[in-house]
Write a protein that binds this ligand. Structure first.
Ligand SMILES: C[S@@+](CC[C@H](N)C(=O)[O-])C[C@H]1O[C@@H](n2cnc3c(N)ncnc32)[C@H](O)[C@@H]1O
Length: 236
């Protein structure tokens, strides 16, 4: 069994154990075994998102005032030194927290808000309409490929990589989506990983070695937000 399969199994089963007693009481034995078989099967398939949540749970968490303040969104966007007319892909856009700020900065350039959850993309479409942000295009991604419709100047991932099964392999897909001179920015937890993230943790050093194997070198190592790492990479 590979480490990746082990990681996914641990993640699935830690979620299952939390609800074990409730589910067992509610289900007859045939339904229970169907559930067990489903979980075992999905653990060994290549398409699972790690620790998925329904959109109506994600959105308030991702937009909570504490999280937004801690992420220092304006400082992060300023540190990316974007210019008007640039194109950017926000992979794992979630509620659109960074997509909105990035889109305003590069307008009239296009911001691709990429996610595997169609409900989150619908939410982003709605908020862009309400807030009159004309330059965001939502993009339904495949779990193993962002499917960005055009090459971009920057690929941005905040708190997304740890949800992607097989992050090392995923990162090898990114060079094909970059314009010459394009960059990849990754923000993720350095410490204080939230509870429930035990099986998803990775280190800045691991990221650096995955990126090197995908053909990138680190060009900036920033210390915003607090308790996170914020690396910017360019092709070697
Ligand atoms: C913790 S949220 C981060 C949202 C946003 N980047 C932010 O910082 O506010 C992780 C997001 O990654 C998305 N996601 C998970 N796996 C993905 C994949 N393989 N491709 C694209 N998005 C993915 C989830 O649907 C979710 O919206």
């Amino acid at each position: 069994m590979t480490n990746e399969v082990k990681r996914r199994l641990i993640c699935h089963w830690s979620l299952v154990i939390g609800h074990f007693e409730i589910w067992k009481k509610r289900m007859n034995s045939a339904k229970w075994w169907c559930l067990v078989l489903f979980l075992v099967f999905s653990s060994s398939s290549g398409s699972a998102q790690i620790a998925s949540r329904p959109a109506d749970e994600w959105i308030p968490l991702l937009e909570s005032p504490d999280r937004v303040a801690n992420l220092k969104v304006p400082q992060v966007v300023a540190a990316l030194r974007l210019e008007r007319g640039y194109s950017v892909a926000d992979i794992g856009a979630g509620s659109g927290l960074f997509s909105r700020a990035l889109a305003r900065t590069i307008d009239p350039g296009l911001l691709y808000a990429v996610d595997i959850d169609p409900e989150l993309l619908k939410h982003i479409d709605g908020t862009c309409k309400a807030e009159r942000i004309p330059n965001i295009r939502t993009v339904p991604a495949a779990p193993e490929d962002p499917k960005i419709p055009d090459k971009v100047d920057l690929i941005f991932l905040c708190d997304t990589l740890h949800h992607i099964a097989g992050p090392d392999k995923y990162l090898t897909k990114l060079p094909a989506y970059l314009k010459p001179g394009g960059r990849v920015a990754v923000i993720d937890f350095r410490e204080n990983w939230p509870p429930g993230h035990e099986a998803m943790k990775f280190t800045a050093e691991q990221l650096q070695s995955w990126m090197a194997a995908a053909g990138f070198k680190k060009v900036e190592d920033l210390s915003i937000p607090k308790n996170a790492f914020f690396h910017i990479y360019a092709p070697k």
